[in-house]
Design a protein around this ligand. Structure first.
Ligand code: NPQ
Ligand code: MG
Length: 368
């Protein structure tokens, strides 16, 4: 097919809550939204890079630069036979995976729409609904944390993940576990610990966590392997896994027993599928992470999470938890911790252009 034009929007949406992690706090979601046009169809990709380089080195600004200068010229005004052909053309661009994923996911949506199939099925997804959990930010008090957990347990979410940082970690986990002895509970450190502070992580072993997510520095697989030998709780890697090669290395080293897949972090669905193959063969369970996505990115997540290797509840909770009004319809909503996988063509949800216009800060069009 021929991609006739691209529209790149910078969008900002207020969040319904303050989200605090070990690396910072946010109250708005700012992101790039890419629309690729071909023969009357629109393919949509949401770039998950944030304003600041704190979760990942990429930002809204760097991704905009990469898209405009290096990535969109690889597709706009050109024939392209498959999303894989974009990956091949973009292979000489190093890193910048979130920027690449914006194009790759938009192409996946476009090709699935052209074929009249859902993106979930085009990727090899088999589930009709996916199990979802929630990721809860660090609250000022243990009591507040327990109340937040209570709310989401009562809504039926299948797993509760607590963001943690050194100092409040053991107290918070202990309080939540005592209030809810039987829930599936995990923690996410976003790389806030070192081997020197790892005794705090070992102190979490008695609480029966399903896993500890990304405890150590994102570039240190060997340290994670070392930590794993002193912990009973499995380690799940998020930031450290940027590619299928990283996944293979981490599994081989014993650095993790669970992997969080984020499409943006790994550069698109193609790389996510390769991680899926490696992890499935190795018996490593996967789940789909989240980046506080609006409707387009959330639908892209639901599609990949419908693959058979995604066996643990992911972070793709209801859109209405995050936003008063989402940019897609129907909104992606979980009931009793189950999110239905859309069956319509492509991502299976429609972009609401009236809502999108209200939250668009700027817009650029690209033609040949
Ligand atoms: C994680 N997400 O798994 C991330 C990190 C994260 C849902 O826990 C703005 C945009 C703020 C994306 C904060 C969840 C963010 C963000 C944290 C992603 O590690
Ligand atoms: Mg994480």
């Amino acid at each position: 097919m021929r991609v006739e034009a691209a529209i790149l929007r910078h969008v900002e949406m207020p969040l319904k809550f303050r989200f605090r992690t070990s690396f910072g706090e946010t109250t708005t979601k700012s992101f790039l939204l890419l629309e690729l046009l071909s023969s009357g169809l629109s393919g949509w990709g949401e770039c998950v890079a944030e304003e600041g380089p704190f979760y990942s080195p990429e930002t809204v600004g760097t991704a905009g630069h990469l898209l405009e200068r290096f990535l969109l010229p690889l597709v706009v005004g050109r024939e392209i036979a498959s999303p894989g052909e974009f990956e091949a053309r973009a292979a000489r661009v190093r890193g910048n995976r979130m920027a690449k994923a914006a194009v790759e996911t938009a192409l996946r949506d476009l090709f699935a729409k052209a074929a009249g199939v859902s993106l979930a099925r085009a990727l090899g997804g088999t589930r009709t609904s996916i199990e979802v959990g929630v990721s809860l930010g660090i609250s000022p008090t243990a009591v507040g944390m327990v109340e937040n957990v209570r709310k989401h347990v009562s809504e039926g979410y299948r797993r509760i993940k607590l963001k943690i940082e050194p100092g409040t970690d053991v107290e918070r986990v202990k309080a939540v576990r005592e209030a809810f002895p039987d829930i599936a509970l995990t923690v996410d450190a976003n790389a806030a610990y070192t081997l020197e502070t790892a005794h705090l992580l070992r102190a979490l072993d008695p609480f029966g966590l399903d896993y500890i997510e990304q405890p150590l520095h994102h570039e240190d697989l060997v340290a994670h392997a070392e930590l794993a030998r002193t912990l009973r709780t499995p380690i799940c890697l998020d930031e450290s896994i940027r590619s299928a090669d990283d996944a293979r290395a981490a599994i081989t080293l014993g650095a993790c027993r669970v992997i969080n897949v984020k499409i943006g972090r790994v550069g698109g669905h193609g790389e996510a599928l390769r991680i899926h193959e490696i992890a499935t063969k190795a018996g490593v369970p996967l789940w789909c992470g989240g980046m506080l996505e609006a409707g387009v990115g959330r639908a892209q997540n639901v599609a990949v999470a419908s693959l058979p290797g995604f066996v643990k509840p992911g972070d793709t909770s209801s859109s209405s938890r995050y936003f008063e009004e989402d940019i897609v319809t129907p909104p992606l909503e979980a009931t009793n911790g189950l999110m239905p996988v859309p069956t319509g063509p492509g991502i299976g949800v429609e972009v609401r252009r009236d809502v999108l216009d209200k939250v668009t800060l700027s817009r650029k069009e690209f033609h040949l």
